[in-house]
Design a protein around this ligand. Structure first.
Ligand code: LAN
Length: 741
């Protein structure tokens, strides 16, 4: 990409504002042609490229998947109108199979949270990384498209009301990209920010980033002492016990905080100091505003214990006691842990907050010409995505393994694995999973507090290198199901299957449950140290019914074909895990889902666990209560409709926009797993799924499907294919001759 947009030259004449393109820079073309974007997937590494000249665009034509991502017309034929679920399923697959990428997997945007894009842009700006002009334009387009239409500003995620967190970060991004402060969207956002009290009311992470940019003074940032990493492991609050996402974000943050590093001042930073505050910048009493936070941002108020800790650090430890030698040791150790993270992921890093932060650390520590910075810059590209609204930053470097594993299972469960029409697609998908299995444990696993990973699968791709309990299990199931179907290549020999099982067996918590990335290393007390304010349940690894179920079903499937391998370990594991599932049931009968919205998602999984040990509606009070709960939430039109407010409030809440295809599929799958005996509710749900299918076989995007940390929504655009196909297939297996329409 030839031309780039220098972040240093963000100064422009406000008066020169004339059109809707506030990015003023000599040489930036006035128009962007969205059909010039291409997504390239090298073994599951996704990068976007803007083809500036006609020749290049002709040589690299848009693929169907590109068109789909960009919402350009695909011109897919109208398919025969389905009357039976299996026909609808085939139509859905006909469409979805065309989106399979050359390595064998599916891609998708993975957006929703509104603090990821700022992390990446701030990393570029802080490290003096030129931002290509098509990026700058498309990032602006995306943020403009998601400014809250009534309130102005931006929220924690795209469906939420605007907050100080979202607005302060994204307003700053736009100004750094060269957007004029007097643009109507900016004026409205600023008004919203000021009505909430301005940036002094921002939560911790926002204050951190703005201090690093030089908009705030470091004194406004609550402490993140790197010394914490020197504490002995036995202490119950030490960082090795934290949930890996928090651990890996606070790690580079603590180093930057300790250095109080601020990027060189620019004109736009000086302007932001005037724009983001409700009082003259020079008069702000920074230290006094550290705990000042707007009500709307304060999802998880800080505990008095954390406040006392922070006070002591800032008023006693730092000014009077903190010895230089200790600071040096702590910073050096943190810096080494960052290197381990970078080495174990080839700089891909865990996700799109710690990746940008590690980038900044490497720039400060290793300099602008270092290998570490160059490699980080390349890897940051993999978090980017382009859609019909512009450019966004994904929650991870993709959803490759996860979606592929589910799609395989959905087709196998529908009884179509041997159908010559779908076999080539499945063989390619199997090949992808084979290529993505992690084959080695981490370097320095013990000292970097990493768990066994050999044989596992990550959520996205192998490079990222973090297996997750359910990602390993879902991929393992997909592999076993295909390799045990006659006529499929045996790409993973038994030893590689055993490796996966050995990794899975490491995940069980004392409660019997599984968490996400690691076994739990702490308890609820650690939430007293949650200082992020905007997220709940973030400090340690919780027990999750959905992760536990995936492991239960994965191990049970394995056991069917390899009954003697670690027989005793597996039996004990399964028995304890399902016992946990029972205890996690809510009094109303459902299960809380932490990673999808919400009770429909969690209940689908839990009912599958119960089925694995033979407990269904007819013989189990747990399964019956789960089914009754689901059926009680079915709407008149046959669908289910849950809002993300369920996740925040831990109570089933209806979505204002009515039934959702994906949740309807979750509920139907759950009921079918539990062998729910009455056909009518199932039929009505299936009818809704079929009615919503478009003539070319696709389903339209509805509300966001996923969630994390109680409060942040994230999209899983492929769920509308995968789980509908799964529901239709399971229904068709149970009622093969049933016509619905
Ligand atoms: C994800 C995405 C996938 C998800 C499932 C596999 C679905 C789940 O069953 C286990 C947890 C996991 C892996 C998960 C954890 C948290 C993630 C990585 C995310 C929701 C995607 C983005 C999010 C991450 C924390 C975003 C960065 C934000 C911070 C607060 C650091």
């Amino acid at each position: 990409m030839g031309e780039s947009y220098s972040t240093e030259s963000t100064m422009r004449l406000r008066a020169s504002w004339k059109d809707d393109r506030p990015l003023k820079h000599p040489g930036i073309p006035t128009k962007i042609d969205r059909s010039r974007w291409r997504m390239r997937s090298d073994s599951g590494r996704h990068t976007w490229h803007y083809l500036d000249d006609d020749e290049a665009a002709k040589e690299w034509p848009l693929s169907l998947a590109d068109k789909y991502y960009l919402n350009l017309p695909l011109n897919q034929p109208t398919l025969p109108l389905p009357t039976r679920p299996l026909d609808a399923l085939q139509n859905g697959l006909t469409y979805f199979s065309k989106l399979q990428l050359p390595p064998g997997h599916w891609g998708c945007e993975y957006g929703g949270p509104m603090f990821l894009l700022p992390s990446v842009v701030f990393a570029w700006v802080a490290t003096n990384t030129p931002i290509p002009w098509p990026y700058a334009i498309e990032l602006r387009n995306y943020l403009f498209a998601h400014a809250h239409p009534e309130l102005g500003g931006w929220g924690l995620h795209i469906e939420g009301d605007s907050t100080v967190f979202g607005t302060s970060l994204n307003y700053t991004v736009l100004r750094l990209l060269g957007v004029d402060a007097e643009h109507p969207i900016m004026v409205k956002a600023r008004a919203r920010l000021h009505s909430l009290g301005g940036v002094i009311k921002a939560p911790h992470w926002s204050k951190f980033f703005l201090a690093m940019l030089g908009v705030c003074d470091w004194d406004i940032v609550n402490p993140i002492p790197p010394e914490l990493w020197l504490l002995p492991d036995w202490i119950p609050v030490t960082p090795w016990r934290w949930w890996v996402h928090i651990r890996m974000v606070f790690l580079p943050m603590s180093w930057i905080w300790s250095k109080r590093w601020t990027m060189p001042e620019t004109e736009v930073i000086r302007e932001l100091r005037q724009e983001l505050f409700t009082q003259p910048w020079e008069t702000v009493d920074w230290a006094a505003e550290r705990n000042n936070i707007a009500e709307i941002d304060n999802y998880h108020p800080k505990s008095w214990i954390l406040n006392a800790f922070s006070w002591t650090i800032m008023n006693v430890w730092n000014p009077f006691l903190r010895p230089r030698w200790l600071v040096g040791r702590a910073e050096a150790w943190v810096s080494r842990l960052v290197d381990m993270e970078d080495l174990n992921s080839d700089y891909a890093d865990l996700a799109s907050v710690n990746g940008p932060l590690n980038t900044i650390l490497c720039y400060i520590r290793d300099g602008p010409d270092s290998y570490s910075l160059r490699r980080h810059r390349e890897r940051l590209e993999e978090f980017l995505w382009v859609n019909a609204e512009g450019m966004l930053v994904n929650g991870t470097n993709g959803v490759q393994n996860w979606d592929t594993a589910f799609l395989i299972q959905a087709v196998v469960h529908a009884g179509l694995a041997e159908d010559p029409k779908w076999k080539p697609m499945l063989v390619k998908a199997l090949g992808f999973l084979e290529s993505q299995q992690i084959r080695e444990d981490c370097i320095d696993a013990d000292i970097s507090y990493r768990q066994r990973r050999k044989g596992g699968w990550a959520f996205s791709n192998k490079d990222q290198g973090y297996p997750v309990s359910d990602c390993v299990a879902e991929a393992l199931k997909a592999v076993i199901l295909l390799q045990k179907t006659p006529g499929y290549p045996q790409l993973l020999e038994d030893q590689r299957i055993y490796d996966a099982v050995d990794t899975l067996l490491e995940y069980q918590n004392p409660s019997g449950a599984c968490s996400s990335y690691e076994r739990t290393r702490a308890g609820p007390y650690l939430e007293y140290l949650n200082g992020a304010e905007v997220f709940g349940r973030i400090m340690y690894e919780y027990d999750y019914p959905e992760c536990t179920t995936a492991v239960v079903t994965g191990l049970a499937l394995f056991q069917r074909y390899w009954p003697d391998y670690r027989r005793h370990d597996l039996e004990v594991f399964l028995q304890r895990a399902v016992q946990y599932i029972k205890t996690a049931q809510y009094p109303e009968g459902g299960w809380y889902g932490s990673w999808g919205v919400c009770f429909t998602y969690g209940t689908m999984f839990a009912l599958e666990s119960l089925f694995t040990i033979g407990e269904t509606y007819g013989n189990s009070s747990h399964a019956k209560r789960g089914c009754d709960f689901l059926v009680s939430k079915q709407r008149e039109d046959g669908g289910w409709s849950e809002s993300y407010h369920s996740c925040e409030k831990l109570k089933y809440t209806e979505h204002p926009s009515g039934s959702q295809v994906v949740q309807t599929a979750f509920a139907i799958i759950g009921l079918l797993q539990a062998e729910y005996p009455h056909m009518e509710p199932l039929r009505k749900g299936i009818k809704l799924i079929m009615d919503r299918q478009l003539p070319n076989g696709e389903w339209a995007q509805e509300a966001l499907e996923g969630v994390f940390n109680n409060s942040v929504l994230i999209s899983y655009p492929n769920y509308k294919f995968i789980f509908t196909i799964m529901a239709l297939g399971k229904f068709a297996k149970r009622y093969p001759n049933e016509k619905i329409i």
